[in-house]
Design a protein around this ligand. Structure first.
Ligand code: TXE
Length: 482
């Protein structure tokens, strides 16, 4: 399958000759090609978005909300296609692709349709005047997304961006472009006005950086790695674009002695290994109170060793393949760093066991056993740097203060979880962590109205609910003297 860009309401071939192979992570085999778009392809997409913006921005909130609902309905009718393409493209289990990627992508369009329909400006009265605050479109947005939750993250940006009257150019990850293509098919089918949503395929150094640095782009919403985020910020800032950066994480799961052990083991395991640990919110550092450390670790290892790894298309599979050969290599390097740092492997650490149980068809895939490492210092590289794979480190702590200090010992600050039956303590500890989101006795329990984003190396800005509407708009205050 050779993909095409989607510009000005039409699928269009890119102007150059360059292509990149799209590889199925579970088999290591190529199954599609993505165009490496040129600067002139990016220009055409931005021009189409620019031309479409005034009319689109002139529609009422409820007219645009209607469009989001139409897209949601059509997307929902492609539910099974979304799940199977996402599973094939990313290597994640089909059950996860259904529950998260397919479900949430539709939900994102519906949620923002409702929010935008109800969205009003504000009025602030003074003794002698009234202030009227209105929310206006920013203009043309560049939406850049990664490979771990491709359509989920793209829909999370497209829906509020166009809902608030902007037009957009999307640049999905070159590694997982298939569901972005599906979204363009949906948009094409429902007849969204031309130029409102455009898509250029390509890699980061090519189409991505060209888009971000373009003088006719007013806003950049980026989700991806921290070092890429720094480059994106550097090229966007000379033009004073609005920018939101959702970057990496190295999140702690803090387990207190008074937790419900069974539920905690299950929740901490899910936080560690969902999507093979390739979610920025994953809890990859597990901090356990000393008095239950041995008991927790024993139960945790049992549960990790019972995870079913293998063919992502099988319903019962719980862990699939890692995204790419390069990424697998990066994760394995951290495993050897852990050995050098004096870590001991409580389980996993290699891929031999998995490979021996895989069918021949999957032998070329990018497999890694879920790995739990003990004995490392909390300030070691493996427990402070983002690995973004199925690798977690476990550490002991004695007091609340110590747990908070360890949790705050990374440059990241995206998420975290606290496990205790004392809910007051749970909140107290959560509020002590320098981060953007903390769950108590749960993980990834998302209410789309809440702010999403982090501090430090995890990024700048918040999206979600009214924060998305604020980011994807410019406010105007008109003060009228009576
Ligand atoms: O992401 P990149 P990569 C982390 C994770 C991973 C690391 C690198 O640790 O190992 O990032 O992953 C586009 N200008 N996360 O290399 O490069 C690129 O084409 C504009 C965390 O895959 O950040 C893709 O569309 N765009 C993360 C998107 O940026 C550029 C999820 C993300 O790619 C660009 C994924 C440039 N100069 C990885 N360079 C999370 N926060 O969830 C690249 N891109």
């Amino acid at each position: 399958m050779d993909l095409m860009n989607y510009v000005d309401g039409k699928f269009q071939a890119h102007t150059g000759e360059e292509w990149l192979d799209v590889v199925e992570p579970a088999t290591g085999r190529q199954f599609a090609r993505v165009p490496l778009s040129s600067p002139s392809d990016v220009d055409s997409a931005i021009l189409a978005a620019r031309r479409a913006q005034p009319e689109w921005g002139g529609l009422s909130h409820s007219e645009r909300a209607d469009w989001l609902e139409i897209i949601a309905d059509e997307l929902e009718s492609r539910y099974e296609d979304i799940a199977s393409l996402e599973s094939r493209d990313t290597g994640k289990p089909i059950s996860l692709a259904r529950a998260v990627d397919a479900n949430r992508s539709v939900a994102n369009f519906r949620f923002f349709a409702d929010m935008i329909r109800d969205h009003r400006g504000e009025v602030f009265e003074m003794a002698d005047a009234d202030n009227f605050v209105t929310y206006r479109p920013v203009g043309v947005g560049a939406l850049i997304t990664p490979w771990n939750l491709p359509l989920y993250l793209l829909s999370w940006k497209v829906a509020p961006a166009i809902g608030m009257g902007n037009t957009v150019v999307c640049k999905p990850s070159e590694m997982t472009p298939l569901t972005a293509n599906l979204l363009m098919e949906v948009i094409d089918k429902v007849g969204l006005p031309s130029g409102v949503v455009n898509l250029v395929h390509g890699n980061g150094d090519g189409a991505g950086s060209c888009l971000v640095s373009h003088s006719d782009v007013d806003l950049v919403s980026f989700t991806g790695g921290t070092s890429t985020g720094a480059k994106v910020a550097a090229s966007a800032s000379p033009h004073f674009k609005k920018i939101s950066l959702e970057l990496g994480g190295k999140n702690s799961s803090i387990v207190f002695a008074d937790c419900d052990l069974k539920k905690t083991i299950e929740g901490v395991g899910r936080a560690a290994f969902l999507n093979q640990g390739q979610i920025c919110l994953c809890g990859s550092r597990v901090l356990v109170q000393e008095s239950i450390y041995d008991e927790f670790v024993e139960g945790f290892i049992d549960s990790v060793e019972s995870l079913k790894i293998g063919d992502p298309s099988e319903e019962s599979t719980q862990l699939g393949a890692l995204i790419s050969s390069d990424h697998l290599q990066k994760v394995k390097e951290y495993v050897s760093i852990a050995k050098d740092e004096g870590g001991h492997f409580l389980t996993g650490g290699d891929d031999l066991k998995i490979r021996s149980s895989l069918s021949r068809d999957l032998e070329g895939g990018y497999w890694m056993a879920p790995t739990v490492i003990g004995g490392l210092s909390p300030d070691s590289r493996c427990s402070t740097e983002e690995i973004f794979g199925p690798v977690v480190t476990v550490h002991r702590f004695k007091t609340e203060e110590e747990a908070i200090e360890i949790a705050n010992g990374t440059r990241y600050g995206l998420a975290g979880s606290v496990w205790t039956e004392d809910l007051e303590k749970g909140r107290r500890v959560a509020e002590g962590i320098r981060t953007g989101m903390v769950w108590v006795n749960t993980w990834l329990h998302r209410d789309l109205r809440t702010p999403f984003g982090g501090v430090g190396d995890s990024g700048v800005g918040r999206e979600g609910g009214k924060w998305s509407l604020g980011f994807f708009s410019e406010t105007l205050n008109v003060c009228v003297k009576r």
